[in-house]
Write a protein of this length. Structure first.
Length: 238
């Protein structure tokens, strides 16, 4: 399934963090072209606490604070989510709710390919010690961008949006710019060169100047494999 339009709702307590990320470069252009429809919702505005508080102490004691259920429940419901999309991998017309979490699956190109098929994504950004576990009743997928801890889910959400957007037709002008990227086919990208031909004794490989497209393609494939073997041999094992 190939989509040409995607709606993305971001649920966060720090909406201002997304201003530059969603208005510049390819994401900004895709929004102007109506390929992407991105909305940022302030979860604090859904809090029924008179001080708009969204966190509280954990039951059972312990350090840190936990994000409260009620504001996130109401925020998720406000974007049309009534229940978990249990068969989301085969139900791309239904919204997919993604919780950006260090406990989730590590983001990969295969996950991105799958998510890029949805017409509607809802990204939930956590903070502190996490979100009340009962919110998970409305989460379809937990995704992490790596085995390290960030202050919240906003930056991972930006990474996810940027990566998915590239796969939607019309966002990147040339389709092959996407399919030739690192990881798309399981290998790292080959080396790239541009003018000048020679700079301080460093010369562009002769094959790239030959005009022989068959030899150039063969060279690029070999270099891609060589680079993957040297830098990410774990990808070859997969």
């Amino acid at each position: 399934m190939v989509i040409t339009y995607m709606k993305i709702d971001i649920l966060t307590i720090f909406p201002a963090m997304f201003q530059g990320a969603l208005t510049e470069s390819l994401i900004g252009k895709a929004s102007k072209k109506k390929i992407l429809d991105i909305s940022v919702l302030d979860v604090r505005s859904f809090s029924k606490d008179r001080h708009k508080k969204v966190d509280d102490r954990p039951f059972g004691g312990g350090v840190g604070m936990v994000m409260k259920l009620q504001p996130f429940y109401d925020a998720i419901r406000s974007v049309g989510i009534k229940k978990k999309n249990s068969f989301y991998k085969n139900s791309y017309a239904k919204p997919c709710v993604v919780y950006m979490s260090p406990q989730g699956k590590t983001l990969s190109n295969e996950i991105l390919k799958n998510l890029s098929k949805f017409k509607h994504l809802v990204l939930v950004c956590g903070h502190y010690e996490g979100i009340d576990e009962r919110v998970m009743d409305y989460i379809d997928e937990e995704i992490s961008i790596g085995d390290y801890i960030l202050t919240g889910g906003e930056i991972p959400a930006m990474v996810l949006i940027d990566s998915i957007a590239r796969m939607i037709p019309g966002v990147v002008k040339k389709k092959f710019s996407v399919t030739n990227d690192s990881f798309y086919n399981g290998l790292l990208d080959y080396p790239h060169y541009t003018r000048p031909v020679t700079f301080k004794g460093h010369r562009v490989p002769n094959v790239l100047l030959s005009g022989n497209h068959k030899k150039i393609e063969s060279w690029r494939q070999k270099e891609s494999y060589k680079r993957t073997k040297e830098r990410r041999p774990d990808l070859l094992k997969k």
